[in-house]
Design a protein around this ligand. Structure first.
Ligand code: 5AD
Ligand code: SF4
Length: 435
């Protein structure tokens, strides 16, 4: 979501004459867009700001100094503290106010002191964003349809930093999707912290859920692939499961975080489902789309997690067979209600994490091996490291490398998979490939 937000930040600043650069030393303005989800995020921001400090007084900048802004969830959580600890920062803004950046920049330019805006405006930022810059998105784009969260999992800061759950209106989402399609985007990933609880105002009144929205995005000329992330298991409804059966553009890959396989830990996390509910949900999804590949998130060492709880997580992983996954050691987050007692020893966390990751790696490798000899459609989205090579994504989100002429960049092509490694596949274009 921060990638999406950063692109929108570039959009709102474009009319002021700002354009992105890859070189911080050449920049008139530097914006750190920050994430607060795990560990030491705030400390990393302060040390990065320390590194940027010497750039501040570069001569010949547009405002007589390099403007430095801190955006995103660390800015939301830290607020004034950032201005106190790093007084050379000009602007601090939360994730819900970046549409107001032009006026913040104007205020900061007048040098009337630093600007702080960490409101949760009643009037959502989406109503004020300009359209995306033509061609800026490449062949695959993110599109935020839902934001914020009311679930309050006991380990998570999101409800405090991103704010209350909110769905954009369907017409607004479709307008943005059409805009991407006409700029050459072939794949759209619908985004939200809880994207599957999307309930946007429908064009003819009432509300649509995510399944209906996906079917409508699939109708847009040029959009050939749809994905969505991240989903909350207890909110997977029948219409969304049916979309996996009925909408060919919806890719057979789903990131469905489960966090733990222990019912006791799931209850302490306030996840609102047990491990067998998750197994049954996976069965229903696979009945709808038999080739569905699943990935997940896991938290290891949640307070009070016993060896038995951890074994239950391993059992769930074995039962489901994930094709990729992210796993993290639990880190206490400020303001969250998870117990401060019963912390799991760090050495134990490390041991469990290594064991889980080696099981997940095996599953990923097994899945990649099973792909050898299959033909897959690949969306080429970047040049490879070797000359004449392009890299793209399979329907199952694997990176696929192939020798392919440059004009195929940005298109979907048939590729015969010839080799698989732990993290990627390689293959050759079939003779049906066309520019
Ligand atoms: N500690 C460790 N991992 C966390 N996540 C969220 N909060 C924490 C935390 N306090 C993980 C969850 C979530 C992913 C985005 O980050 O697994 O699904
Ligand atoms: Fe955080 Fe996701 Fe739980 Fe919301 S549903 S509190 S974003 S982990």
């Amino acid at each position: 979501m921060n990638v999406y937000d950063s692109a929108r930040i570039a959009d709102v600043l474009a009319p002021l004459g700002y354009a992105p650069t890859d070189d911080p030393a050449a920049a008139d303005m530097i914006i750190l867009n920050t994430c607060h989800i795990r560990e030491k995020a705030a400390e990393k921001v302060y040390s990065e700001l320390g590194r940027l400090r010497p750039l501040k007084d570069r001569p010949g900048t547009r405002n007589g100094r390099v403007m430095i802004a801190v955006a995103g969830c660390v800015a939301q959580a830290e607020g004034e503290e950032i201005l106190r600890r790093t007084p050379f920062v000009d602007i601090v803004l939360g994730p819900q106010t970046y549409h107001r950046l032009p006026e913040m920049v104007a205020r900061a330019e007048r040098a009337a002191g630093a600007v702080l805006d960490t409101d949760f405006p009643a009037d959502p930022k989406f109503d004020h964003l300009p359209g995306p810059a033509a061609g800026a998105e490449g062949s695959s784009a993110f599109l935020t349809v839902q934001e914020g969260c009311d679930k309050f999992c006991t380990f998570c800061v999101v409800p405090y930093t991103r704010g209350a759950e909110y769905s954009r209106a369907v017409a607004d989402v479709l307008r943005e999707a059409r805009c991407y399609a006409s700029a050459g985007v072939r794949e759209i990933t619908l985004l939200g912290q809880n994207v599957n609880c999307f309930h946007g105002e429908a064009p003819g009144g009432g509300e649509w859920g995510l399944g209906r929205l996906i079917a409508e995005v699939a109708e847009i000329e040029g959009i050939e692939r749809i994905r969505y992330t991240t989903s909350y298991p207890a909110d997977m409804d029948d219409a969304l499961i049916a979309a996996h059966r009925d909408v060919p553009e919806l890719m057979p890959f789903l990131h469905l975080p489960v966090q733990s396989g222990s019912d006791r830990v799931l209850a302490a996390m306030n996840r609102r489902h047990g491990s067998d509910d998750y197994r049954r949900l996976v069965d229903r999804l696979r009945a709808a789309r038999p080739d569905l590949a699943l990935s997940s998130d896991f938290i290891i060492g949640f307070p009070g997690e016993t060896d038995g709880d951890f074994r239950a997580t391993l059992e769930l992983v074995k039962d489901v067979e994930f094709t990729s996954a992210y796993s993290f050691k639990y880190s206490p987050r400020p303001g969250t209600p998870a117990s401060l007692e019963d912390q799991v020893d760090d050495a134990v966390k490390s041991e469990r994490l290594a064991e889980l990751q080696s099981l997940l790696d095996e599953q990923q490798k097994r899945f990649n091996d099973r792909c050898i000899g299959r033909e897959m459609t690949v969306l080429f989205d970047r040049p490879g490291r070797h000359p004449g090579q392009l890299v793209g994504r399979s329907p199952y989100m694997q990176a696929v490398h192939a020798q392919a002429p440059r004009p195929l960049l940005g298109s979907l092509q048939p590729v015969m998979i010839t080799a698989g490694s732990a993290n990627s596949l390689s293959g050759t274009l079939t003779d049906r490939a066309v520019a």
